[in-house]
Design a protein around this ligand. Structure first.
Ligand SMILES: Cc1cc2nc3c(=O)[nH]c(=O)nc-3n(C[C@H](O)[C@H](O)[C@H](O)COP(=O)(O)OP(=O)(O)OC[C@H]3O[C@@H](n4cnc5c(N)ncnc54)[C@H](O)[C@@H]3O)c2cc1C
Length: 432
């Protein structure tokens, strides 16, 4: 483009004033990051819960390393922890409400936030793979009722199958005589594993087919024999969230507890055996769509640490002035804010894409989760630095936020795996 096209012509007639906001032409052309009143109301409502209920309890539950059932119950009572609540957040056609809710809740505390939102992994799997009947039956059971709250677990990882999901060895065999599935194997690091009723278990029905031989089974603790909790993991961060191994030992469930139904599974396996295309591409798209929500959780932690460090820097005095009056500190805070806002734009873009079924041509979901996770780790580490010695103690929350942030580089696909996904998407090559 020549520069002349960018220079206003002094003889040109004055431009028409912008049309009134109500004219249809303006509406069609609009791009806006202005939140709707509904989005603002939900944000403020969740923020209120995070500030009044979650944050004050965060230190206690982190120290206790226990699931904060009373807080999950409070979230259920106000409708924040419920099938209807999640459906309402998801229904927003812009895709922004879900990340906004997650950011606010995790601003309150990530361990408690994960205790409330961890159920979402199992729900997403049932919603993505279940038949309409299975969705209607199992998703409400994941939450229980406000009087009898339940959580749910998604069990994919195994001791030897973390990043490499195709290495899953938990086996599901169909017992024709009994008309039941029989599951055997060990699941690792399952959020809510063993304390849930509904466990969604990924198992292989045909080990030769790698991840294309996998299927998802609903295993309810209240009905199935042979499912048990293994070791509860003691963790660096997210300590209010329960993480444990789950054992399946000749665990039997009825034929229709495989998500999507047995007929559809058999058809899919037959197609794969014939060398035809499977739905693995669709599964990748589903992962891409859920990653921005996880990124939003990381953002909540980062924002909490940034805000705390900013206030601290405005109050703390050394050498006779506020520490923020030193450029080294002020510039760090400027970068923290910049990085958080940049990450949020990636999260919102991917969330909007996922909600509106735009193809993730460049792995935009992975980009958002990768960036938000790295920003959360960096920002919380900088926050400790700004608080100095206080930042390193458990008297102040920034060290907890730093411990909590690190998991966002690891679970739901490590930072390296996100880069692999992006690299493959942009190159079209099977990068290793
Ligand atoms: C708190 C917590 C909660 C969790 N919740 C759940 C849950 O609810 N359900 C569930 O199923 N799982 C859960 N997980 C498991 C989690 O998803 C895995 O830990 C994660 O996928 C990484 O797998 P891994 O730990 O086996 O690491 P590995 O796969 O062994 O990776 C180790 C290192 O090698 C790198 N690496 C591996 N392969 C490559 C490669 N090809 N290229 C470059 N680098 C590579 C990784 O990036 C990483 O840095 C949870 C884990 C934790 C810690």
């Amino acid at each position: 483009m020549s520069t002349s096209t960018l220079t206003p012509d002094p003889d040109a007639p004055a431009p028409e004033p912008l049309a009134d906001q109500d004219t249809p032409a303006v509406h069609e052309a609009v791009f806006s990051l202005e939140l709707t009143q509904d989005q603002k109301d939900i944000r403020d409502w969740v923020h209120g819960f995070a500030a009044d209920v979650v944050r004050p309890a965060a230190h206690e539950w982190d120290e206790k390393e226990q699931t904060p059932w009373p807080i999950i119950e409070e979230a259920a009572k106000i409708g924040l922890y419920s099938f209807e609540g999640l459906a309402q957040f998801f229904a927003d056609p812009s895709g922004l409400t879900l990340p906004i809710v997650n950011e606010e809740l995790f601003w309150g505390d990530a361990g408690i936030g994960m205790s409330i939102m961890g159920t979402g992994l199992a729900v997403a799997s049932i919603f993505g793979q279940g038949t309409p009947e299975q969705i209607g039956h199992w998703i409400p059971r994941c939450f229980g009722t406000p009087d009898e709250v339940k959580v749910a677990a998604f069990c994919s990882s195994e001791p030897n199958a973390g990043s490499d999901v195709s290495a899953v060895r938990t086996r599901a065999r169909f017992d024709e005589a009994a008309g039941e599935w029989v599951l055997n194997g060990q699941k690792a690091w399952a959020t809510n594993g063993g304390i849930s009723d509904v466990h969604v278990v990924i198992a292989t029905v045909d080990p030769e087919l790698g991840s294309r031989g996998h299927a998802a089974f609903v295993v309810p603790m209240s009905e199935a024999q042979g499912i048990s909790q293994g070791t509860k993991v003691s963790k660096h961060g997210l300590r209010a969230s329960h993480t444990a191994d789950v054992f399946l030992d000749d665990c039997r469930v009825p034929a229709d507890y495989v998500l999507g139904g047995r007929d559809r599974l058999q058809e899919r396996i037959a197609r794969v055996r014939e060398g035809k295309r499977s739905s693995s591409q669709a599964a990748m798209q589903t992962f891409e769509a859920s990653r921005p929500t996880v990124g939003a959780q990381a953002l909540g932690i980062a924002r909490a640490a940034y805000e705390y460090a900013l206030e601290y820097a405005k109050e703390r005095e050394q050498f006779g002035r506020k520490i923020i009056e030193n450029q080294a500190v002020a510039f760090t805070l400027a970068r923290m804010k910049l990085e958080i806002d940049a990450a949020r734009l990636l999260v919102w873009r991917a969330s909007w894409m996922g909600r509106n079924a735009h193809r993730f041509e460049n792995a935009e979901g992975s980009m958002s989760k990768l960036k938000a996770g790295e920003v959360a780790v960096w920002v919380t580490e900088r926050a400790i630095q700004i608080l100095g010695g206080n930042g390193y103690t458990r008297e102040y929350p920034v060290e907890r936020w730093h411990r909590d942030a690190k998991i966002y580089d690891i679970f739901e696909g490590t930072a390296e795996i996100q880069q692999l996904v992006i690299a493959r998407a942009i190159s079209g090559l099977q990068i290793r």
